[in-house]
Each structure stands twice: as C-alpha cells, then as structure tokens.
Ligand binder design. Structure first.
Ligand SMILES: Nc1nc2c(c(=O)[nH]1)N[C@H]1C(S)=C(S)[C@@H](COP(=O)(O)OP(=O)(O)OC[C@H]3O[C@@H](n4cnc5c(=O)[nH]c(N)nc54)[C@H](O)[C@@H]3O)O[C@H]1N2
Ligand SMILES: Nc1nc2c(c(=O)[nH]1)N[C@H]1C(S)=C(S)[C@@H](COP(=O)(O)OP(=O)(O)OC[C@H]3O[C@@H](n4cnc5c(=O)[nH]c(N)nc54)[C@H](O)[C@@H]3O)O[C@H]1N2
Ligand code: SF4
Ligand SMILES: [Mo]
Length: 698
C-alpha cells in the first residue's frame, strides 16, 4: 500500500496564513490530509477548512465545459476553443463599438501569483482596460497606508513575532475565528506575563479569550489612537532616538495630537478615563509591543488614517523592526499579498509606478509586449466599475474567483449591474454561485488541488501550490483559461513568454529584481515541498537571507526617498452614519465561524459546517435589546437599513454584542443587501462595518 500512496505537499487556499498540508493520494484520490510538520507557519496544525480541501473531489463537477447563454436564455455547453473565441470576439467587439474601457475585470486575492499576473497582462496591458480585485474589499486600506507610511506596500512582521511579543494588541481583528493559526501562535507565546489586548466594539471570540477587552464605540478608533499618542507624548514615553533617526514629520504630528485630550477621548470612544490610561500604561510597560489590525480597521470611512494611526504608535515607541513588535496588518485571503503587488491593477508588476518610463520599458522587454501596450495608469476602483456598468458605460465584465453579487457592498447594485451587461463572464469552480445567475458565459475551472502556482502569505512568504490530483480530459486551470482567451485575442508575440505558470514565475522573479519584494532567489523546484521563502530573497545573496523567519525594518530603514517612515495623520472626519432617531442601531458585519468562508459557495467543502450552521441568515442581538422588543432566541426580525433596503434575519441573543448594535455574519447574502455604498476616500475600501439600521419583529 505504501508503494502506491503518494504524499504531496501543497498550500491551503482559504485564508492568508497559507498553511502547508501533506495530501496523501491513492488511486487518484486524496485519502488523508496532514498539516505539514516543521513548516514554519503551521507546523503540524491547521483549521478545519484546510483539512476539508479534499471534499473538492466530490463537490466540484468533474470534466465540465464552458457554457454560453443562448438567445432563448438557456445556457449551452461548448468546447473550450469555442468558449475562448466567444469571449475574445466579444471583448474586441465591445471595445471597438464603445471604447477601450467599456470592458473590465474583477479579480480576487484567491488565485495564484501567476494567474493574477497573466490576467493583468491580458486585460491591463494588452486590452488597456480596468481590472480591480476583491482585495479592494479587504486589503486596499493597508496597501495604501503602507505605501504612504513606509514608501512601499511592505508589511514587516513575521509570524514568530506573535510568540515574542509581551504586549499583543488586536484592533478590529478576530483571529480566533478568522485566523486560527495566528491565535495558535499567540498560544505558543512563552514570554512570562505577556498580555493579550483586544480593541473591538463587540466582545468577539478573541476578546473573550484576551486579558483585556476595550469595547469602544464603533468607528472611534482613530480618535482613540490620537488620544493615546498624545498621552504617550505628554508623559514622554516615546523613543526619541528612533523618532529622530528614522521618521519624518514627528513634530507636526505631536503638535496635531495635542488637541486629543483624555477628556475628548473618553467622549469619543465611550471608554472610561481609567480604561484609556490603563491602555497607555500597558503600551508603555511593554518591552516588545505589537499591534495587529484587520477588517475592523480596514473597512471604514477613514480607514487609511486609522491604520496609519496604529503604525504611528509603533513608530513613536520604537516598536518596529524588533522581535515581537510592529504595527501589523493581518491579511485576509490566501494570496492577497500577491494580488497587491503582481496583478498590474494599482501598480505595475512588482510595485512599480505606471508613469516610470524606465520601468515600463523593462516590463515591456521582460513580458514580451510592446511598450505602449504596458498599462499607463492605475485601474479605476471597484465601485467605479460597478457604477460604470449601471451608468451604461461599461458593457463587458469578466469576473474570476469572486462572488460580488453576494460580497459587494449594497449588493443589489451589483445585481442590477449584471442585467445591463452585453458580456458577463463568470469563471469559477461552482456554477451555482449567486453571481452566475445572469452570466452570459460561464467558464468552469479546476480547484486548487488540481493546479499549480505560487502563493504569498501575510508575512511575505512564498509557498508552493502543487497539483495534488490528476485532471480529467476537459479540465483546465484559471491560468490556462486566461491563456486560451489571450491566444484567441490574437496576442501573438505578446503572450509567447507566458506559456506555463513556471515560465510566468521565472519572468516575475526577474521583474522583482532590485525591488523591495525581490524574490529572484526563489526557484520553482526549490519551493516545492519546502518551508516557503519570505521576500526579499534576492538571487546571489541567498546566504544573507537564509533565516526562515525574517522581519523587515530591523535597520530602521524604510522605502521612502529618505528611508524614513512618515507619520501620517489628518483631522478625523465626521461619521457619515451616526445612529439617529430613524436608524438608531449600528449594523456591524464580519466572520461568523471558523468553518464558514465568505459567500459560502465553498462551505460545501466543509462537511461540518453544513451539519452545524444555519442555512438562513441570522444576526446577533444584545440580550437587553431583545427583551425590550419581546424577541426570543431564533425569532425573526426585519432590518431596515440606511441604504433603503431591508432584509429578514433570525436572531441569536448574546451579551457579547452591545446594546444598539447588531452583528451580522457576512456568509448570508442578506448581510450586504444592507451595507451602504460608502468608502474610504484614499483606499476606496467599503465602510462595511459602519452602516446603521432599525428593526421590527416579524
Ligand atoms: N472562518 C473564516 N476565516 C476567514 C474568512 C472567512 O470568511 N471565514 N475570511 C478571511 C478574510 S478574506 C479576511 S479579510 C479575514 C478578516 O478577519 P477579521 O477582520 O478578523 O474578521 P471580521 O469578523 O471581518 O472583523 C473583525 C472584527 O472587527 C470588529 N469591528 C467592527 N467595527 C469595528 C470598529 O469600529 N472598531 C474596531 N476596533 N473593531 C471593529 C468586528 O466586531 C469584528 O470582531 O478573515 C479571513 N479568515
Ligand atoms: N459586509 C461585509 N462584506 C464583506 C466583508 C465584510 O467584512 N463585511 N468582507 C469582504 C472581504 S474582506 C472579502 S475578501 C470579500 C470576499 O468576497 P468574495 O471574493 O466574493 O467571496 P468568496 O466566497 O471567497 O468568493 C470566491 C469565489 O471563488 C470561487 N473559487 C474558489 N476556488 C477557485 C479557483 O481556483 N478558481 C476560480 N476561478 N474560482 C474559485 C468560489 O467558488 C467563490 O465563488 O468579501 C467582502 N465582503
Ligand atoms: S483556512 Fe487558513 S488557518 Fe485554516 S488551514 Fe487554511 S490557511 Fe490554515
Ligand atoms: Mo478579505
């Protein structure tokens, strides 16, 4: 039996941890999944989602063919060649008729590095049009924040920092549910007396397991951080040497925060003076303080400045670049890091500037395309793509590996958009996703266990996705699907260097040379079955970067022109959705359980979830609020949102959600029916957690 059993190491393609797993394959079937022992990220552990990946063997339809919508409304199966040609012809036809930017794409943070790159090459370079990703819904805030503060989108930490920190502060992050391995690493922390602190309006699963919970008013984080900064400065609990040598604009920042007194902080946040003072003391007393934020920060109307206000605290206390420190953004999807740097959407491949002529020439040369076909400007953001369709300016849309009919904010606006499209290509592993309802073309591709490529996790670690299972006759990957359309478009020479993911990987290694994300020293074969590799890892200097768990900024040098980090700050904006008489309740949203993934198209991969979770939308309500309204566990309510929509939810009663707040898991389409069209002004990330509403018992 041992002889026929193969053991293949690959990467989990759910969350940004990128756990490695050993898949035991016998007769073309996965018979066992074992989290890879010794892998620096997850060392023998994983969550239920990774362990359930083998379910794709039965849930994804084998040997599926593309489908094209017919005049009578039915979908007809066609060959791959026909499918490619249809998409290519339609794209060209629409561009000829309505202009270059009349077609667009929406990509994801869940494909491989190579797949982002080829999609960005075809759509952004060759077709000269717009592609945004669901990364906009998730990491755009952190990406913009990093760029302005550090000079490059470079999160500096390594997961080991969770074990080395004596003061771990989670802000708008719920790793017990959303990043179980982050929480696992916190549990490995052996620093005597280390403290875990959670800042979240809701007593989340993480807050329940922390030493301190600060349940601030929703959307008051920016004022809290400025208040803390002011108090640290007043007490002179700051690192003058670090500030002097490694930062810009501290004096302006200090003058700016002077106005953020403790009294005002109390009023803004609803925390007591004692609580804020305690938090300031905790930060001061820590020897290695680390701040970790996720969507409670990124998804807001002043999110970029809030993220930066957290980094400011790390900078001013010298808690950066040293073991157990940092102002650290936790990434969401398995490959959001690669989509941020290599999708050719908001920067040229590798983080370059669209207006940099030298860089454009280099990209042209390396990718084999004419220089005036290299993308000339950043993409228009997601919201403008959806608005563009609804305004009749965008006629063709190609979405892949994302389900915006469900996940997009104020999602009825997306539903409306899908009806107006002449060409609507949906490329997915499941044909029954909500977004496919009005598709004119459906492209069925294989799931992660049947393809190969590269992922980059939250701590900048490249890791190998390797084909675990053989493919059926008609089965192709996202990479091959995009390549097929590229050829049908007649890209010719411009696509010759892109024949395989491996060729693409080598091209991107070359492109990355000399950049902060330089991974030219990472070889495809060496990555297979390895411990992964964090960037930077430049070719020829491998020995210098041999350490398996590395952090950036140890030398206090950043990527700005003068190598200093910028203090970034701005007067807080008025909250666009202050609870009022008509809508007295905050509509908070987020992850429900460890086993549920986003829009739940993949939940059928996790058997356990089907068994235990509700099939209908529910939300959490405070006990007192429920009592006052005569609502019992699992009664139904109708929620009316500020965006003009309403939807029905079952109620789960809890003390962990404060009075006048509701918490709706995002895994039900009703959730985003109620979220508003409102964005951070720099990152254009939706203010998903800041809506307001009222409800009535049904
Ligand atoms: N099981 C599971 N795991 C996942 C995912 C999944 O769908 N399911 N998705 C993955 C992805 S793509 C992402 S981006 C991550 C997200 O990971 P997280 O960001 O950790 O998850 P969320 O539940 O969206 O939000 C975190 C917290 O923000 C809080 N919050 C809301 N408003 C505020 C506020 O004003 N201030 C503060 N400080 N906090 C606030 C919420 O109450 C919530 O507890 O999870 C990843 N992991
Ligand atoms: N209210 C509210 N809304 C939110 C959030 C929130 O906190 N609150 N969070 C936002 C965040 S952070 C995120 S990341 C988004 C996520 O939103 P989406 O990206 O829309 O959610 P997913 O369900 O992950 O969609 C991924 C799709 O890819 C498909 N798929 C899986 N593997 C493959 C593959 O290999 N190839 C292809 N082509 N398809 C594949 C799946 O079947 C699924 O349909 O939701 C956002 N929406
Ligand atoms: S979902 Fe995240 S934590 Fe769970 S196995 Fe996959 S990578 Fe690991
Ligand atoms: Mo995300």
């Amino acid at each position: 039996m041992e002889d026929t059993m193969k053991r293949i190491q690959s990467t989990c393609n759910f969350c940004a941890i990128d756990c490695n797993l050993d898949f035991c394959v016998e007769n073309g079937r996965i018979v066992r999944t074992i989290p890879t022992k010794g892998y620096p990220v997850n060392d023998g552990f994983s969550c239920i989602k990774g362990l359930s990946l083998s379910k794709q063997q039965t849930t994804v339809k084998p040997d599926a063919l593309p489908k094209i919508r017919q005049a009578d409304g039915t979908m007809k199966e066609v060959s791959w060649e026909e499918g490619f040609q249809h998409v290519a012809d339609k794209l060209k036809e629409l561009q000829a008729k309505y202009g270059t930017e009349s077609v667009a794409g929406i990509s994801t943070g869940q494909l491989t590095l190579e797949e982002f790159a080829i999609f960005g090459h075809v759509m952004r370079n060759y077709l000269q049009t717009n592609v945004d990703g669901n990364t906009r819904l998730c990491m755009a805030t952190a990406a913009v924040g990093h760029k302005q503060t550090y000079g490059y989108d470079a999160p500096g930490y390594t997961l080991k920092d969770l074990e080395l920190s004596d003061t771990i502060i989670f802000i708008g992050a719920n790793p017990v549910v959303a990043h179980p391995i982050v929480w696992g690493r916190v549990r490995q922390n052996k620093v005597p007396g280390h403290k875990i602190i959670v800042i979240d309006p809701r007593k989340s699963e993480t807050a329940m397991n922390a030493d301190y919970w600060y349940g601030l008013k929703p959307r008051s984080d920016l004022k809290l951080m400025y208040t803390i900064a002011n108090m640290l400065i007043e007490k002179d609990w700051i690192d003058h040497k670090f500030i002097e040598e490694h930062t810009n604009k501290f004096d302006e920042f200090a003058a700016f925060v002077k106005d953020f007194t403790l009294e005002k902080g109390v009023e803004a946040t609803g925390l007591s003076a004692e609580q804020i003072t305690e938090l300031v003391n905790l930060i001061h007393n820590g020897k290695a303080v680390s701040f970790w934020w996720t969507m409670g920060v990124n998804q807001g109307y002043e999110a970029v400045r809030t993220a930066q206000s957290i980094i400011n605290l790390a900078l001013m206390t010298g808690n950066i670049g040293k073991p157990g420190t940092g102002g650290n953004s936790i990434t969401g999807q398995c490959n959001a890091m690669a989509s941020r740097l290599f999708s050719n959407t908001t920067c040229l491949f590798g983080g370059g500037d669209f207006t940099d002529e030298n860089e454009r020439a280099r990209i042209a040369e390396l990718t084999g395309i004419d220089v005036d076909h290299v993308a000339k400007k950043p993409t228009i953001p997601y919201n403008m793509i959806v608005e563009g369709i609804n305004a009749g300016k965008i006629k063709g849309l190609w979405i892949l590996c994302t389900n915006p009919r469900h996940s997009w904010t104020n999602n009825e606006t997306f539903a409306e958009a899908t009806k107006k499209l002449d060409l609507f290509v949906v490329q997915d592993i499941y044909d029954n996703i909500e977004s496919a309802e009005n598709a004119t073309v459906y492209l069925p591709v294989v799931p992660g266990i049947k393809k190969e490529g590269t992922y980059i996790n939250l701590e900048r670690r490249l890791s190998a996705l390797r084909q675990v299972l053989p493919r059926g006759e008609n089965e192709i990957s996202d990479y091959e699907c995009i390549l097929g359309v590229a050829k049908a478009l007649g890209m010719g020479k411009a696509i010759e260097k892109w024949e395989t993911p491996r060729m693409c990987f080598d091209m991107l290694r070359e492109i990355s040379k000399g950049k902060p994300c330089d991974f030219s020293g990472v070889k495809w074969d060496e990555l297979t079955g390895s411990h992964g590799r964090q960037w930077p890892y430049p070719e020829g200097r491998e020995a210098e970067f041999a350490d398996e768990e590395r952090r950036l900024y140890a030398d206090g040098k950043f990527f700005t022109p003068n190598q200093r980090a910028n203090f970034m700050f701005e007067e807080p904006l008025p909250n666009p959705y202050v609870p009022n008489e008509e809508f007295p309740i905050v509509f908070n949203t987020g992850r429900g359980t460890v086993g549920q993934w986003h829009t739940q198209s993949r939940t059928k991969e996790v058997k356990f979830v089907e068994d235990v979770s509700l099939s209908k939308a529910y939300l959490y309500m405070n006990t007192k609020q429920a009592e006052e309204n005569g609502i019992r566990e699992m009664d139904q309510i109708r929620v009316y949102s500020v965006n003009g929509q309403n939807a029905d939810f079952f109620v789960k009663i809890t003390d962990n959600v404060p009075y006048n707040q509701l918490f709706a898991p995002i895994h039900y389409i009703e959730c985003n029916k109620l979220t508003p069209s409102n964005y951070d002004k720099y990152s254009k990330e939706p203010n998903y957690k800041g809506g307001i509403c009222r409800f009535e018992k049904i």
